[in-house]
Every structure is written in C-alpha cells, then in structure tokens.
Design a protein around this ligand. Structure first.
Ligand code: FAD
Ligand code: MG
Length: 327
C-alpha cells in the first residue's frame, strides 16, 4: 500500500487511539500507541498495573521497531540491506543482520526456494505498490531472475557475498516479523507480562489477556468486513500474507506483491495464508513461502514443521487448515 493510501488509515487510527486514550481514566491497566513504521500502521498495547512502566515499555518497543527498520529497509538508502544491494560483491554486516539473513536462507531451504530474499530486482521491475505498476515482458523477467538461486548469497562470519553485483536484496517477507519479535522482547525485558504488537497483520502476543487467551480475528481475503475464523492464542505469533492489500488489477487480473521465484510473477494459487508460530519472523517468512507453494503443498509444509499451524485460502476460495489450529 502506498504511503498516500496508508495515511488516512493512520490518521483515523491515531484519532480513534487519541479518543480512547482521552476517555480512559489515568490508571485503567492498559497503554496503547500507534505509529507508522516500515510503511505500515504499527499498534502496540501493554497491560498491567503500573501506568508509567507500561508507557515507558510501549515507547521503547516502538523505538526498537524503528531501529530495526533502519537496518533492514529497502526504502532507506543507508540501511545495511540497501548497502548490500548496492555493493559489488562482499560486504561485512552487523551480526544481527547476518543472523536474520541466515534464518531466511534456512527457511528458503525448507521451502524448496519458495522463500527467496534476492527478489529485489523483480520487485523494482513490477512496481506493484507504485502509482504506475508495470507488467514485465518474459525477457525483463528472466533478466530480473538471473542469479537468484540458493547460492546467490554466501555467508562467512559477518561477510556476505553476492554471486552477482546486480543482485538486489529484499527482506520485506521476514523483517517485519522480526521487528515485531524485537518489540515483544523489549516489552518482556521491561517487565511486561501481557501485550500485543501488530504491524499490519504481523501480530505477536505476549502472555495472555487477563488470564484468557487473546482472540484474534483473521480477515476474509475477499469480504472486507468479514472474518474467516477467530483464533485463541497466547505467547505466540500469528501472521497473514494475502493478495488483497498490495495489488493492482489490469484486464480483470490481480497482480500482487508475493512472487513465485520460478516464474517471476505473482503466485497464483492462494488468496491468503495465516501462520501461527512461536516467533513472528518465522511465521512471516513461512506465510509468504506457503502462499507461493500453494494450498496443498503449503499445508504439507506447515504440518511438517513442529509448533507451526496454518490456515490457507486457495485461489478458488477453499479453506484448508493444519490439524492443530487453535480455533
Ligand atoms: P509478506 O507476504 O510478508 O511479504 C511480501 C513481501 O516479501 C513483498 O512485498 C516482497 O518484498 C517480498 N517477497 C515477495 N515474494 C517473495 C518470496 N517469494 N520470498 C521472499 N520474499 C518475497 N512499505 C512501504 O510502502 N514504505 C516503506 O517505507 C516500507 N519500509 C519497510 C521497511 C522494512 C524494514 C520492511 C520489512 C518493510 C517495509 N515496507 C515498506 C513494507 C514492504 O514493502 C512490504 O510490503 C511488506 O514487508 C510486506 O509485508 P506483508 O506482510 O504485506 O507481505
Ligand atoms: Mg510474510
């Protein structure tokens, strides 16, 4: 979604947040804040007795997400990820960035390459989220895909080497989840026992809500004000990847932002994938990967992984679930 389209949503959230805040008595056991980070509306809520502790913790969690954005953003020229994209071959990166790239590579290996962090050139080619998106020719697609295989990035210590200078790195499918994990970690370190962090559909839940599981409604991919299911969760992350927020339509065809690395085109077999996992970075990347693999292979992948559950909607609207989904 472009910033221009997000701004009204952000303003409404801010006004509603402000109204709720104004109407609340000083010590009602909850603090919530909304901010625009990573091009998306981020909402952090913490629950507890000590209002000052809650406020400090929520502010620190949002600051931490901004710090993560500055490391991983493709939209910021000075971020480490942008510097790696600009580098001719080898660049030494901070251990934190290397760790997330390694995690992404591992998920790439577990998903037969469906999750791929070297699709930046493809993303630039399509310009899905801009005012002037472009449907590329086969020639343009094969140029953007060249060199993106499993050996595209080699890591030795903190030195990351690209197989080709042209490779553009894009952690858009995992870094938002990671930022959510970092926010939860900061809340926990601040002594918070109960909180939620939501970055545009990448959600993590710390503890429970006053002794009961959180109830998280999963949006229907085609009916805007309808829920597919409500999940009951605690101390877990739940992340949804869908084709219904960042897309454009031409001649009745929907072109969205989750690419099949084998074709260079938007993956066609799903409308949405929701993944429940212990951490949001894994859930984020697995949701993107299962979306690319399609409903049957996606369910098989999620069933195979320990402590991971999921809910997939196929392109013809069928609902598929893993056996342990906590509804
Ligand atoms: P997901 O399904 O989780 O991820 C889809 C995204 O992953 C795609 O947009 C692409 O970036 C990437 N991707 C596509 N196909 C694959 C694949 N097969 N394997 C792996 N990755 C794939 N948006 C803005 O509009 N403005 C900003 O300033 C901005 N800054 C950002 C900074 C950071 C650090 C991050 C992480 C994201 C930022 N974004 C920004 C949002 C970003 O452009 C993506 O839209 C967002 O991360 C996608 O998240 P999602 O949950 O919608 O989709
Ligand atoms: Mg994702």
């Amino acid at each position: 979604m472009s910033l221009k389209r997000l701004l009204p949503v952000f303003l409404i959230a801010l006004v509603l947040g402000g109204l709720v805040y104004l109407r609340q008595p000083q010590n009602d056991g909850q603090v919530s804040r909304t901010a625009l980070i990573m091009g998306t509306v981020v909402d952090v809520r913490a629950y507890g007795e000590d209002q000052e502790q809650l406020e400090l913790a929520v502010t620190a969690a949002l600051d931490e997400m901004s710090r993560v954005e500055q490391l991983f953003s493709s939209h910021m020229a000075e971020s480490e990820v942008s510097q790696l994209s600009a580098a001719a071959n080898t660049l030494s990166l901070s251990p934190e960035v290397v760790r997330l790239i390694l995690r992404g590579q591992q998920i790439g290996a577990e998903t037969s390459g469906a999750f791929n962090m070297t699709l930046g050139a493809l993303k630039k080619l399509w310009q899905i989220e801009s005012e002037n998106p472009h449907i590329p020719s086969e020639q343009e697609l094969s140029a953007a895909l060249s060199g993106i295989g499993p050996d595209a990035l080699t890591i030795v210590g903190t030195a990351v080497t690209k197989s080709r200078p042209e490779l553009v790195i894009d952690l858009g499918g995992i870094a938002k989840g990671y930022a959510v994990d970092r926010a939860v970690s900061v809340l926990r370190q601040a002594g918070i026992k109960s909180a939620t962090v939501n970055a545009g559909g990448d959600i993590s839940l710390l503890g429970d809500k006053r002794g009961k599981p959180w109830r998280i409604g999963i949006q229907h991919p085609r009916q805007e004000n309808e829920l597919l299911v409500t999940l009951q969760l605690k101390d877990q992350a739940v992340v949804t990847s869908g084709d219904y927020e960042r897309y454009f339509e031409r001649d009745g065809i929907r072109y969205h932002h989750i690419f099949d690395p084998t074709t260079g085109k938007p993956a066609r077999q799903c409308q949405s994938v929701t993944v429940v996992a212990a951490d949001a970075a894994s859930a984020d990347a697995l949701a993107t990967a299962a979306f690319v693999l399609g409903p049957e292979a996606g369910v098989r992948l999620l069933e195979r992984l320990t402590d991971v559950e999921g809910l997939l909607v196929s392109s013809d609207g069928q609902l598929l679930k893993t056996s342990g989904l906590p509804e």
